[in-house]
Design a protein around this ligand. Structure first.
Ligand code: GLV
Ligand code: MN
Ligand code: MN
Length: 412
């Protein structure tokens, strides 16, 4: 029997419904930011489900959560899958959570089919993929991969000044598990399932996206300092208005990022003006810059120009520019890409090869071993939005492809 025959569409859907209650928002989305009480509740629920099926549950020092089904050879490098359970502040029910629940469904399907695998198969719920509360994002996978230092990340604070290490301690007090002392990077293969977060599968009426790679990205913070002053008395020509300078800087950055081919993705997603009083000239503006491109050379050229563009347009204020992340484009392992395509074909699922525009934990896993991803459609490609939607049938189809890939890899 193929493991995919035991994928249970209703069970997988119900698990999404249950998880969506944790941090559920009135307009149908979720706010389950990393290491919040809602995230802790999701970790606890996943661990309960895992315990009920006899799977091993443990964590690592940055708070990645593992659910592991044993193989017949305990020491064989495992096959890994997973994604993240944290969300954007106004996120949807599927971004990240689908990859964790599809992975968990795969473990259950293997169990229900009575399939023993040589290698262990583990689902990882990577800590803080979104990076909306604690920057940078994809933090759990990046620390696991050795791209960011553990100690530095534990000291990152959120906007309320809460240290990540303390939030992790609080989370573990609500959702306790055994913590292994070190990161184990030995693995045989990694496959992450995710909703597409773009419109191509729906438009082309395909059920499975065979993901070939992920475009590169960089993220920056820009802090512009001017001088607070009285709005009624201070002539415009002597002001150091941080907001006026910030508008000029964003405008200059927009021109720097201009791409007639519309391949560059440039976003200022956070823009904070202080003190935020109607009758005080703003003294400080903080904003973020996120931009992406599939070509490493273009990415580097755009990134290397940022400081110069900011400096040239910020007068009479001053600016501090900090690069938060620089993630190179990812090319997935050809054998994993071929396997995802072959398993989709074997299941009779219409599929297409495609790159990922969004970032994923897989980009920090891929440098360490064979990795790939499976996409399923989401309605109108909408994501990072409470309206994010996917069908039970498509979610189950992706889980079927996933488990057939995992079962084959786990017996190699
Ligand atoms: C992940 O959410 C990303 O920003 O691509
Ligand atoms: Mn995601
Ligand atoms: Mn996301």
């Amino acid at each position: 029997m193929r493991a995919s025959e035991r994928v249970n569409e209703r069970r997988l859907w119900q698990r999404h419904v249950d998880m969506a209650k944790l941090g559920g928002l009135p307009r149908g989305g979720v706010n389950r930011q990393a290491l919040s009480p809602e995230d802790a509740a999701a970790r606890r629920l996943l661990a309960e489900w895992a315990a009920a099926r006899g799977f091993d549950v443990y964590g690592d020092p940055i708070g990645n959560l593992y659910v592991r089904r044993a193989g017949t050879e305990a020491d064989a490098p495992p096959v890994l899958t997973g994604s993240h359970m944290d969300s954007q502040p106004t996120g949807g029910k599927y971004d990240g959570m689908y990859g964790v629940l599809a992975g968990f469904e795969a473990l259950e399907a293997l169990e229900d089919a009575g399939i023993r695998t040589r290698r262990p198969v583990a689902v990882i719920a990577w800590m803080n993929e979104e990076g909306s509360r604690f920057q940078p994002g994809a933090m759990g996978s990046a620390v696991w991969g050795g791209d960011y230092a553990l100690s530095a990340m534990l000291d990152v604070t959120d906007r309320a000044g809460v240290r990540l290490g303390d939030a992790l301690k609080d989370t573990l007090s609500v959702a306790p598990c055994r913590i292994v002392p070190d990161f184990d990077r030995r693995f045989h293969a990694y496959i992450e399932a995710h909703i597409e977060q773009g419109p191509r599968l729906e438009a082309d009426r395909r059920t499975i996206g065979v993901v070939t790679g992920i475009q590169g990205s960089q993220r920056y913070t820009v802090d512009i300092s001017g001088e607070e002053a009285h709005a009624g008395t201070t002539p415009l020509r002597v002001r150091k208005d941080a907001l006026r300078s910030a508008i000029a800087v964003v405008d200059a950055l927009q021109r720097h990022m201009n791409d007639p081919a519309d391949v560059v993705r440039f976003t200022v997603g956070r823009f904070e003006c202080r003190p935020g009083s109607p009758n005080t000239v703003p003294g400080h503006v903080h904003f973020t810059v996120d931009f992406r491109h599939p070509d490493a050379t273009v990415l580097a050229r755009l990134g290397d120009g940022i400081e110069r563009v900011v400096a040239a347009s910020v007068a009479p204020c001053t600016a501090k520019v900090v690069r938060i992340t620089d993630v190179a484009p990812t090319v997935f392992d050809a054998r994993i890409v071929d396997l995802v395509r072959a398993k989709s074909e074997a299941l009779g699922l219409p599929n297409m090869d495609m790159p990922s525009g969004a970032g994923h934990d897989a980009m920090h896993v891929a440098p360490h071993g064979p990795a790939g991803m499976i996409f399923v459609p989401c309605e109108r490609g909408i994501s990072h939005n409470e309206a994010e939607a996917a069908t039970p049938a498509d979610l189950a189809a992706g889980a079927r492809v996933l488990v057939d890939c995992l079962a084959e890899l786990a017996n190699e």
